[in-house]
Write a protein that binds this ligand. Structure first.
Ligand code: MG
Length: 111
């Protein structure tokens, strides 16, 4: 088994384990909290890119923090997808529509 498959399996088992151990409602709250942390990390990364953060020691930390929050959110999204498993067909249809729309919006600009 390649490492990505192994990691995907581990992610799914971790998500199911968290949902069983803590329950759906608390995990929904954690998803909200992680969403908030991602927004804060994005805001700081934006300020860094725009030159509003001057302290050199903060710069690597801000980028690293954004990456951590992206991964945290990825884990919470994996849990949300398990919670919403009965609506998988709607998820897949919506995903296809939105990705197609996003592609179509810029397809003339892609070589
Ligand atoms: Mg976090």
């Amino acid at each position: 088994m390649s490492e990505p498959d192994w990691l995907e399996m581990m992610l799914e088992r971790a998500c199911i384990g968290h949902l069983k151990k803590f329950g759906v409602t608390p995990q929904l709250i954690v998803a909200m909290e992680e969403g908030g942390e991602l927004i804060q990390a994005l805001s700081k990364f934006y300020r860094l890119r725009e030159g509003y953060i001057f302290e050199e020691y903060m710069k690597p930390g801000i980028t690293h923090n954004l990456i951590e929050e992206i991964v945290d959110m990825e884990i919470m999204i994996a849990q949300l997808k398990i919670i919403l498993k009965p609506f998988d067909h709607i998820y897949e249809r919506t995903r296809e529509e939105k990705i197609t729309r996003a592609f179509d919006r810029v397809s003339g600009e892609i070589e």
